[in-house]
Design a protein around this ligand. Structure first.
Ligand SMILES: N[C@@H](Cc1ccc(O)c(I)c1)C(=O)O
Length: 282
C-alpha cells in the first residue's frame, strides 16, 4: 500500500488571506488506506440500487467487526460481486437549451475557480448535516465495476484532532528535514509550506478518505475492487467541489509517512506490510 502523492492544485497566496476570515472551514486530509472497518465516525454509501436505504451508516467505534473477518479466499468464483439480477436505476433526463448549458457551465466554473487551498481556518462550527450531504455527494462518484472502494472518516473530536496533529507534525518535520530532499523542498518554497500544522486543530472537521483495496462479500470471500485509486481520486474531486459549493473551504493533503500511525489511531484495519511492521514495533 502506498501513500498517494499530495494534491496541490492552487497555491495559497497571502493576498487571499482575508477571504477566509469569518468563513466556515473544513480541512480535508486524503489518505489512501485499506478497506473500511471501524473507527471515528464513518460514512459508507450503499449501492444506489438499494431503495429506501439510509445512505449514511454510522458505526459505533466500540462495535466488534471481527465477524466480517479477513478475506482468505481468492476471487475464483463464478458468481459476480453484485447481485446477478441487479436492479438498474431509471435515468430521467431533459436536455437544457444551449443557452442554459452555457449559463450553468459558466456559473459552475465561477464557483470552482474561487476555490483556494488554504492552511488556516475558522474554528466556527459547521452543521453536521452539511458534512453528511457533502459526503453523500462524494459517494455518488463513479467507480470501477460500481465497487465504491472508499470510506470517509470524519473527525471533529478536539482530542483526536490534537493526536492527529502531533503525528502529522512529527512526521512532516522529518519529511522536510530528511525525506523530501532538496528538489522537493525547493519547489515548495514559493508556497510557504512547512511542518507546522495548526490548521489540523483549528478546522472543525478533518475528513479522511480511505481507499479500500478490496471488499468482503457476505460469504467472506474477497470482493475485487477495480481502478481503486482512480475511483477514490474522482470521489475526492467531487468531495472537494461539494465542499466549495456549500461555501466552505479546504486543504487537500496527504501527509507523507503518516499512514500507519493514523490508521492505528483511527482504528483502521491493518494495511500494508509497513503498517504491520509499525504495529509490531509499537
Ligand atoms: N506534506 C507536506 C509537503 C507538501 C506540501 C504541499 C505540497 O503540494 C506537496 I507535493 C508537499 C505539507 O503538507 O506541508
Amino acid at each position: 500500500m502506498k501513500e498517494s502523492s499530495l494534491m496541490e492544485s492552487f497555491p495559497f497566496f497571502a493576498k487571499h488571506g482575508h477571504m477566509v476570515l469569518g468563513c466556515f472551514a473544513v480541512a480535508l486530509l486524503i489518505n489512501l488506506l485499506l478497506r473500511s472497518c471501524r473507527g471515528g465516525e464513518q460514512f459508507v454509501r450503499p449501492f444506489r440500487t438499494e431503495q429506501n436505504h439510509n445512505p449514511i451508516k454510522e458505526l459505533n467505534p466500540d462495535e466488534d467487526f471481527s465477524e466480517y473477518g479477513e478475506a482468505t479466499d481468492g476471487v475464483e468464483d463464478d458468481s459476480p460481486s453484485l447481485p446477478e439480477n441487479l436492479e438498474h436505476v431509471k435515468f430521467e433526463y431533459s436536455r437544457p437549451t444551449e443557452n442554459e448549458m452555457r449559463e450553468r457551465s459558466r456559473k459552475f466554473y465561477e464557483i470552482t475557480n474561487a476555490r483556494r487551498t488554504l492552511r488556516f481556518f475558522s474554528p466556527d462550527p459547521v452543521p453536521r448535516d452539511v458534512i453528511v450531504n457533502i459526503i453523500k455527494a462524494a459517494g455518488t462518484s463513479p467507480s470501477g465495476a460500481h465497487t465504491e472502494p472508499w470510506t470517509f472518516v470524519v473527525v471533529s473530536n478536539p482530542d483526536l484532532k490534537s493526536d492527529i496533529r502531533r503525528i502529522v507534525e512529527h512526521e512532516e518535520e522529518l519529511n522536510y528535514a530528511k525525506r523530501m530532499g532538496k528538489r522537493w523542498t525547493t519547489d515548495l518554497r514559493p508556497l510557504g509550506t512547512n511542518w507546522h500544522k495548526e490548521y489540523l486543530t483549528q478546522a472543525p472537521y478533518l475528513i479522511f478518505v480511505f481507499k479500500q483495496d478490496y471488499g468482503i462479500l457476505p460469504n467472506g470471500k474477497r470482493k475485487m475492487h477495480y481502478y481503486k485509486e482512480m475511483s477514490v481520486a474522482i470521489a475526492c474531486g467531487i468531495l472537494i467541489t461539494a465542499i466549495q459549493y456549500a461555501g466552505l473551504v479546504t486543504l487537500t493533503s496527504t501527509p507523507l509517512n503518516c499512514g500507519p500511525a493514523l490508521r492505528t489511531l483511527l482504528k483502521r484495519p491493518m494495511g500494508s506490510l509497513r503498517h504491520q511492521a509499525y504495529e509490531a514495533l509499537n
